[in-house]
Design a protein around this ligand. Structure first.
Ligand SMILES: [Zn+2]
Length: 420
C-alpha cells in the first residue's frame, strides 16, 4: 500500500478549451464591416447565443434552462440544493467586444467542465448563470433585476430604449412573454453565493501591473433622457438674438459639467452626454429640439442625488436663457453597492495562494453582481483590459490574464461549494 502522501494536484482550467469556446461565441452577432459584435438584448443574435449556450450545457449534462427573463442556467451537482452561482451577461452593446460579459459566462462554463472532468466532490452544486439585457438598451440589468425580485409589471411594460422602442415588444418578438420575467425571481435560500469574473474595462490594473482586481464596491448609475425644445427656424432669416436654438442650450450645458462635478460631486463622480439628436437635423435650419442622454455615476448615493439636482438646476437656467423648454425623464436609477466583505477577503486569500498579483478596487461600471448582492453573498473579480478599452472591437485581454482569472474563479468557486 502506498503510504506516501501525495499532494493534491492543483485544479486548473483548460485554457485552450476556454479560449476556443470564447472565440466561438464571439462569432455570434459578429459584424464584418466594423468587426464589432452586435448581441443587443433580445435581438436575434442575442437569442442565438443563448440557444448556443444551452446546447453546450446540454452536451455536458448540465441541465440547461431559460427563465422568464431570458437568463440561461446550467448546473453541475445536486438539483435541489442551494447553488454557488457563477456568471455574467451574454448580451453586448452595439459594436461591442468579445470579452465584456462573455468572459464571465464562458469562464463559469469552464469551471463546471473542469469540476465534472476532475470529478471534484462538492457539498453544494455549481451553477452557471448567463444574464439577459445587462447592457442597458432598455435600462439595464433586466435579468439580474428579475432574479433579485426588483421588477413589477408596470416597470417591465414601461421599459423602452432611447428611441422609444419597448422592451415588451422586443421580448415578444423573441418569443417570450414580458410579464414572465417576474417568474425569474430567486429566493435567497436557493443561492449560497454569486461570483462574477469580468474584464476591468478601465486602465487601472494595467497601469498598476496587477493581474486581478478584487472589487469592493460598484458605482451607482442614473440615466436620463433630456429634451431641450426651442423653435426650428430658417438659419438665414432668423436674427441671432431672436432664436430659440436648442443646440446652443445643449452646448452651454456640456460646458457646465466640470463645474457641476467640482461643486456637487466627488472624485468618483462622472457625468456623460453620450447620445445626441438634433431636430429637424438640417444644415440650414436652427435646431428646434435637442434630445440627449445624460448618465451620472458615483459610489455614494447622496452624491448621485446632488449631481442630479445640480444638473436639473443648470438645465432649467440654461433653458430660460435660450428661451427653451426643458423636459427630462429618468430612465433608470441603480444605487451603488458594497461587495460582501468576507467574500472580498476570501478572494484576496485565494489570489495570494495562486501567486497572483491583485489589488482591491471599486468598479466604475455597473455589473450584474450589484443585483445578485441583494439576495446572496456576491463577489466580483476583474482582469486587465489592454489599454483600458472596452465596448469596442478593440477590446482585448491577454489569454494569460484570462487563464489567471478563470483559475481564481475556479478556486474560489470550489472553496464556496465545499464549505460546510
Ligand atoms: Zn459587462
Amino acid at each position: 500500500m502506498d503510504t506516501v502522501a501525495r499532494p493534491t494536484p492543483q485544479l486548473k482550467v483548460n485554457i485552450e478549451r476556454l479560449k476556443s469556446t470564447l472565440l466561438e461565441l464571439s462569432r455570434i452577432g459578429f459584424n464584418e464591416d466594423d468587426k464589432g459584435i452586435y448581441r443587443v438584448g433580445f435581438s436575434e443574435a442575442d437569442m442565438a447565443a443563448r440557444r448556443w449556450l444551452m446546447d453546450l450545457l446540454e452536451a455536458e449534462d448540465f441541465c440547461p434552462r431559460m427563465d422568464g427573463a431570458g437568463n440561461v442556467y446550467g448546473r453541475f451537482g445536486d438539483p435541489d440544493s442551494p447553488t454557488v452561482t457563477l456568471g455574467s451577461h451574454l448580451d453586448t452593446v452595439p459594436a461591442g467586444g468579445m470579452f465584456d460579459g462573455a468572459l464571465g459566462v464562458v469562464a463559469a462554463l469552464e469551471v463546471l467542465r473542469t469540476c465534472k472532468e476532475q470529478q471534484v466532490t462538492l457539498a453544494w452544486p455549481l451553477e452557471l448563470l448567463a444574464t439577459s439585457e445587462e447592457e442597458g438598451r432598455y435600462g439595464g440589468m433586466l435579468g439580474a433585476q428579475a432574479i433579485a425580485g426588483d421588477l413589477t409589471p408596470g416597470v417591465i411594460l414601461n421599459m423602452h430604449d432611447a428611441d422609444g422602442n419597448l422592451l415588451s415588444d422586443a421580448m415578444t418578438a423573441a418569443g417570450m412573454d414580458p410579464i414572465g420575467a417576474l417568474d425569474a425571481r430567486r429566493l435567497p435560500e436557493t443561492m449560497r453565493a454569486f461570483l462574477e469574473l469580468h474584464i476591468e474595462q478601465g486602465p487601472v490594473l494595467e497601469k498598476l501591473e496587477k493581474t486581478i482586481g478584487v472589487v469592493d464596491g460598484i458605482s451607482g448609475v442614473f440615466k436620463w433622457i433630456v429634451r431641450l425644445i426651442g423653435k426650428a427656424d430658417h438659419a438665414g432669416t432668423a436674427p441671432m438674438n431672436m432664436r430659440s436654438d436648442a443646440f446652443m442650450g445643449l452646448a452651454d450645458f456640456a460646458h457646465e459639467i466640470p463645474r457641476i462635478i467640482d461643486e456637487n460631486g466627488t472624485d468618483r463622480s462622472r457625468l456623460t452626454v453620450g447620445k445626441v439628436e438634433l431636430k429637424p437635423g438640417s444644415p440650414h435650419t436652427i435646431p428646434g429640439e435637442a434630445l440627449f442622454t445624460l448618465v451620472g455615476r458615483d459610489s455614494d448615493e447622496d452624491a448621485m442625488h446632488e449631481l442630479g439636482n445640480a444638473c436639473r438646476k443648470s438645465l432649467r437656467a440654461i433653458a430660460r436663457r435660450h428661451n427653451l423648454r426643458f423636459e427630462h425623464e429618468q430612465i433608470s436609477w441603480l444605487a451603488p453597492m458594497s461587495c460582501n466583505f468576507e467574500l472580498v477577503e476570501m478572494l484576496e486569500r485565494q489570489a495570494a495562494s495562486l501567486d497572483l498579483s491583485y489589488v482591491r478596487m471599486p468598479s466604475g461600471a455597473g455589473h450584474d453582481t450589484q443585483f445578485l448582492a441583494e439576495i446572496t453573498r456576491a463577489g466580483l473579480l476583474f482582469v486587465p483590459s489592454v489599454g483600458g478599452v472596452s465596448h469596442s472591437p478593440d477590446e482585448w485581454t491577454h489569454w494569460s490574464d484570462v487563464e489567471s482569472g478563470a483559475n481564481l474563479l475556479l478556486k474560489a468557486a470550489v472553496a464556496l461549494a465545499t464549505e460546510r
